[in-house]
Ligand binder design. Sequence first.
Ligand SMILES: Nc1ncnc2c1ncn2[C@@H]1O[C@H](COP(=O)(O)OP(=O)(O)OP(=O)(O)O)[C@@H](O)[C@H]1O
Ligand SMILES: [Mg+2]
Length: 332
Amino acid sequence: MTAQDAIPDHAMPHPSEPSPTATSDASDDVAALRAALEARTQEVEALRAEIEETNRGVVALYSELDIQAEKLRHATELKSRFLAYMSHEFRTPIVAIQSITRLLMDRVDGPLTPEQEKQVGFVRDTAAEFSEMVNDLLDLARLEAGRVEVSPAWFDMVALFDALRGMFKPVLTNPDVSLIFEEPHGVSKLFSDNRKVSQILRNYISNALKFTPSGEVRVSATCDTPDTITFSVRDTGIGIPPASHGEVFQDFVQIDSPLQRRYRGSGLGLALSKRLAELLGGYVGFESEVGVGSRFYVTLPTTYPSQATAPNASRPAASAAPATGSGDDHAG
Ligand SMILES: Nc1ncnc2c1ncn2[C@@H]1O[C@H](COP(=O)(O)OP(=O)(O)OP(=O)(O)O)[C@@H](O)[C@H]1O
Ligand SMILES: [Mg+2]
């Protein structure tokens, strides 16, 4: 008799049946797995609840943002309307003051003493400044309200520069500064709004002359791509400190400097130029170094595109040099 024979048959494990220890091991595993699964399910459930709550928060935030945006739109509209009404109402008294000073200067009502002439001259200059500011405000309000029409037409670059040269001749009173218009490069005609292009350049040139005690102000136009033209106004003036680069195109911004105190202004010229450039499908920007000078530029499509099809003139990829203040990047 072998050892095998000594074990009764029923005590031998059937080859296909798990041993009792194996069965209990397996059921332990299943229980452990079930517990782990349960824990995971709870975790997922908790996460789902958290996400749902976050979602509810985001939805609430969105609707709050919508309400704020609506309020902001309303406030902007009120501001624009107020500016438009106010500047419009100011025009009549300004015109009256200007007419009366002209009559006095022309000695229509008799002679003036030298002191009276000086004082009337002061009134005339202040009224002219005030009138310019009111016009800028009115333009800004109209632009913000989307009520400025673009009247595109073909015009000649040389003619544009000639007109600007003529406009600035009477105000070139500083013998230490020369105003130079370079021959336009690569483009002779532009399909855009002549008056608005001229207004942007006038703002740039008058700033350059104002903030350049000596040296030159140079106006140029170059075609950097077949579809865009960049007008630049370079000066050898006081420059703009880097800390102020982000704000020059904002409304009512003037950077403190001795020259700033000497010449008054409203700080609207550049803000207006930026909006006009955008209206024409382009953008503005500048580079400046204190004590060396500045270059203000405007890039416009050579052919004014209809608003429906036109995004802003495409910018060169590397337009943001450290000392460069691009209108969109920095201005509000
Ligand atoms: N070429 C420049 N050189 C130095 N600083 C400049 C130059 N152009 C503009 N700035 C600065 O940017 C500010 C804003 O210019 P902007 O033309 O908007 O206003 P302004 O000339 O002071 O007033 P306004 O144009 O309304 O009469 C100026 O006050 C000046 O401090
Ligand atoms: Mg100005």
